[in-house]
Design a protein around this ligand. Structure first.
Ligand code: AMP
Length: 588
């Protein structure tokens, strides 16, 4: 398949944000795509080569790309940098430069998707001392044969700046329309995606085998399942009312969610964001075969830092010491953990997702051989608010955050947030001591003690409908010297020259960031503001939500992606739940 077909389609997709138009462009693209390359095209349009959990990273630095463009075009690196500064995007700048050049010396040959993909894959695999030179060679060989629009997308993929704004759901809409003739079949594709986290595999399945193959789609060991998420409730009374009968209450531990895959002599761990985090937990990897009494299995657990002397649970931040590439053994010894299992998704060749909670829990208890290091999370059945209250107190005393309440007959709903799991955190029982997970979209340089760091951050919520990030507040309190420094290191590489098109903010910070990092904040109240864009027009025309007295809690939510941040719907629920609003309404 010619790469120019893909580049043209990407160009059309880039020029619209409307979902229906995007879907149509995708359908048109799939019409022109042979079955053998459907999977590869699906990854490329998301700027990837393989599903996230395989961790295939291109990791090409801008400097190297500039050198390669210079080599291919014969234009000095300095001029390319100037063009880049003007355009704000290196892919775009390269395409401008090459189009000036093409008129005189360039003879673009047809290049294929297969060749581009293969070369990109080789680049991703390169390691070691000579790898930079080799990368240069590969990149300039591609650029030599690429037309300007092709070069633009090759560079965007290489640099990780490919942002067509195609959400997974839009891709699935298009796949359903193109290969099953009915967009409504997306539901079935979604199920396949939720149990595999591999959109390329789903695309290939439906393209080659149609709806029948999708219906038979099986979960596979070492392909992570997209996690089931919980709704929040503010009080035990609300939970009792929602469930209307007996339910399970489990400790909600404050650690890292790990999805454990074991079988055939291999163990792998995936984070809540489906990244392979096996390297951070060599202790879990080593012990799993002894702990799990099954041939193969997929289990979910919360890994929690503990005080070795007292056995007490320690807060989530302690685990972040394990996020390192080197000297992991030292971190394992210094920051011991326990593994607390709460679900089983697959066992001995069969999916457990459709089993009711009670059966999964019974199976979990059978399969996990408990010891000091590993056990099933504490659980008790409850049916009234008094019982929940008692168990909540036990759980808080043990150092947990609150409770997870689960419907006894509920299946495991991969990839969805629903009311079969409810989280009841201790803070929710305050008026709005509630915490929000927000995306960092901008920074203001610090002064005085904070010179050399971002003293204040501009934060955003996630707007599901628009698939955009909407500003909600500036936060400048709650930072320790250590966290300012840490945030600066994390945020510096995310600086972008122009505001990302998915960011909605009227406020102009000193620097814009790629919307990627999520941090936790608390606030005293949610108010309405003419400046912020979160939930714009929801309550009043022209007004968005804002946070009053926001404060960083110290938690960098590393395990959350930007799309996992608090949504405008959640903020609206909190807003309406505020006592003040209720009071105002009663006066009206
Ligand atoms: P939150 O991050 O506040 O949305 O809460 C959901 C997270 O709580 C999950 O992703 C898990 O990491 C964690 N968690 C702790 N205990 C449990 C439990 N018993 N069941 C399910 N999730 C739990």
């Amino acid at each position: 398949m010619k790469f120019s077909v893909l580049a043209e389609a990407f160009g059309r997709m880039e020029s619209t944000r409307k979902r229906t138009e995007l879907t149509q462009h995708l359908v048109d693209l799939f019409e022109q795509t042979p079955h053998e390359v459907v999977a590869r095209i699906t990854y490329l349009m998301q700027g990837k080569l393989r599903p996230d959990f395989e961790g295939v990273e291109l990791g090409v630095a801008e400097k190297l790309a500039i050198r390669a463009i210079s080599k291919s075009s014969g234009i000095a690196a300095k001029n390319i940098e100037d063009e880049y500064r003007k355009e704000g995007d290196l892919g775009h700048a390269a395409s401008e430069i090459l189009s000036q050049k093409t008129q005189t010396t360039f003879m673009a040959q047809d290049i294929t998707v297969e060749r581009i993909y293969e070369t990109l894959f080789k680049i991703a695999r390169l390691e070691g001392s000579r790898s930079q030179d080799m990368k240069m060679k590969y990149i300039s060989s591609l650029l030599n044969d690429a037309s300007p629009p092709e070069a633009k997308y090759i560079l965007k993929i290489l640099l990780g700046t490919m942002r067509l704004g195609v959400a997974e759901n839009t891709v699935m809409d298009a796949l359903a329309a193109r290969y099953t003739g009915d967009k409504a079949n997306r539901r079935l594709l979604e199920h396949a995606y939720n149990v595999s986290s591999d959109l390329g595999r789903v695309a290939e399945t439906v393209a080659t085998g149609g709806l029948d193959a999708v219906k038979k789609f099986k979960m596979m060991l070492f392909n992570p399942v997209r996690p089931m998420l919980a709704d929040r409730v503010k009080s035990q009374e609300e939970a009792v009312e929602k469930f209307g009968g007996e339910f399970a209450a489990e400790y909600k531990l404050d650690g890292e969610r790990v999805q454990i895959h074991t079988g055939g002599g291999r163990v792998a761990l995936f984070s809540r964001r489906l990244e392979d985090i096996s390297a951070y937990y060599p202790d879990i990897i080593e012990k799993i075969p002894e702990i799990i009494d099954a041939g193969d299995a997929i289990l979910e657990a919360e890994a929690v830092a503990v005080n070795e002397n007292t056995g007490e649970f320690l807060p989530f931040q302690e685990l972040m010491h394990r996020r390192r590439k080197y000297k992991i053994e030292k971190a394992v010894a210094e920051y011991p953990i326990t593994v607390n299992f709460f679900d089983i998704l697959y066992c001995d060749g069969a999916s457990c997702l459709d089993m009711p909670y009670t059966d999964r829990r019974a199976m979990l208890e059978r399969v996990v051989k408990s010891d000091e290091y590993a056990r099933c999370i504490q659980m008790r059945k409850a049916g009234n608010s008094g019982e929940v209250q008692d168990f909540m107190e036990d759980s808080i005393n043990a150092g947990s955050e609150g409770l997870m309440l689960k419907r006894l007959d509920s299946q495991y709903q991969a990839g969805s947030r629903g009311s079969n799991w409810l989280k009841l955190k201790r803070e929710y029982q305050n008026d709005l001591g509630d915490s929000l997970d927000l995306v960092v979209i901008g920074g203001f340089f610090g002064r005085g003690r904070r010179t050399g760091s971002y003293g204040t951050l501009l934060l955003a919520t996630y707007d599901i409908d628009g698939n955009v990030f909407t500003s909600i507040c500036k936060v400048g309190t709650g930072f320790s010297d250590e966290s300012l420094d840490q945030l600066y290191q994390i945020l510096k590489p995310k600086v972008v020259i122009k505001k990302n098109p998915r960011v909605r903010s009227e406020m102009e910070p000193d620097v814009w960031f790629e919307p990627e990092l999520v941090i936790e904040v608390v606030a005293s109240e949610i108010t309405l503001s003419p400046i912020h864009k979160a939930g714009l027009d929801t309550v009043r025309k022209g007004a968005g939500f804002a946070l009053r007295f926001p404060k960083f809690t110290g938690k960098i939510r590393d395990e959350k992606g930007a799309e996992d941040a608090s949504t405008n719907e959640e903020v609206a629920t909190l807003y309406h739940g505020q006592k003040k609003v209720a009071h105002d309404k009663s006066l009206m």
